[in-house]
Design a protein around this ligand. Structure first.
Ligand SMILES: [Zn+2]
Ligand SMILES: [Zn+2]
Length: 349
């Protein structure tokens, strides 16, 4: 005799479990990560609260703790202070003990005060979500048992394991260890897969580290970010508002020299340009010293944040001239192409 309220064929239970875990993943990537930690988008209060409630019910994670630990990860990436760097701690530790690392860091009050600003601080946060952070998952267990009977216990266990395995283990571990890189970030971040579905788009972790305030994590035409699909759908319904996405380049007609429009694009597209330059230099075997010097000079452009716009433009123009005069056809074409750069106004509305 079935003792749960809902009787399903076996695949029905699988489907329900996968749907429940997917909602949790969406809450982590959209609410905790892109909205709270990086402020890449605004959410309607009802949506925002739904995600918060759902995370309380299915993970027991406190928004302030998650956000603070994550911001610290960006600020101290791949250093001994990074809460979960596989480059420092070893891949096995991060994969298998990801949630222990998280729990340990959540007890560090200095992390919470330095990095946890701007997170929910209202009545329900203080009196329920933060104070009784583990009552939610207890309630979820009761709901699963009442709805589905004894199989509900298994479904609940899968729900409980989902975030520790996928986010704390796979993203924090493999996302800084294995995969491909679109951008030569200073950290070791990688894109685990070009299709971000199972972990909500977080698979594209190198893209995220390159442009961490972008609400969209996919970057190349063949990449897919399901979290971005949800964000766009919510935006169409007036439930979300995208504030920032990674800059994209547009090529204008060839011109004599770089102007301020070019400079703006070149400054914003640092990692895109460096990635392109590195691909190019890999294809060339000769004159490596000259190429290294040009790369250093290009990197210096982005490091001169105290220089005036005029000085920076002068630096860029000189760089293009040097590249064109290098006598290397590929470099000349690179510089000519660079002078045609302008920022494409990305659709946010
Ligand atoms: Zn990371
Ligand atoms: Zn992040």
């Amino acid at each position: 005799m079935h003792i749960g309220l809902v009787a399903l064929p076996w695949w029905g239970y699988v489907l329900v479990t996968l749907t429940l875990t997917h909602i949790t993943i969406a809450s982590v990537t959209i609410f905790l990560h892109r909205h709270q930690a990086h402020r890449a988008l605004d959410l309607h209060p009802i949506v925002s609260h739904f995600f918060r409630f759902w995370l309380w019910l299915t993970t027991g994670m406190v928004t302030k703790e998650w956000v603070a630990i994550h911001r610290k990860h960006h600020a101290k990436c791949e250093t001994p202070e990074d809460p979960h760097s596989p480059q420092i701690l070893g891949i096995g530790t991060v994969l298998l003990q990801g949630s222990e690392l998280y729990r340990k860091e959540s007890k560090n009050s200095e992390t919470l005060t330095t990095y946890g600003h701007g997170t929910p601080d209202d009545w329900i946060e203080k009196h329920l979500y933060s104070r009784y952070s583990w009552r939610g998952v207890g309630l979820m267990l009761v709901i699963d048992l009442v709805l589905f009977g004894p199989i509900g216990l298994t479904m609940w266990a899968v729900q409980m394991l989902w975030i520790p395995v996928t986010a704390a283990g796979i993203i924090n571990g493999l996302g800084h260890y294995r995969g491909y890189r679109n951008f030569p970030c200073e950290d070791a971040s990688t894109n685990i897969l070009p299709w971000g579905i199972l972990i909500g788009g977080e698979e594209l972790h190198n893209n995220h580290h390159a442009y961490c305030t972008s609400a969209r994590l996919s970057n190349k035409w063949y990449e897919f970010d399901i979290g971005w699909l949800y964000i766009r759908s919510m935006q169409m319904l007036g439930l979300a508002h995208v504030k920032r996405v990674a800059p994209k380049v547009k090529l204008v007609a060839p011109k004599q020299a770089c102007d301020f429009g070019t400079l703006e694009a070149v400054l914003a597209l640092r990692l895109d340009i460096l990635a392109r330059f590195d691909r190019l230099s890999k294809k060339m075997h000769a004159k490596t010293e000259e190429i290294d010097a040009l790369r250093q000079s290009l990197v210096a452009l982005w490091q001169r944040s105290t220089h005036s716009k005029e000085q920076l433009l002068d630096h860029l123009q000189t760089w293009c001239k040097q590249a064109e005069e290098s006598g290397i056809p590929k470099l000349r074409r690179f510089a000519q192409r660079l002078s045609r750069y302008t920022l494409r106004q990305t659709a946010k509305g």
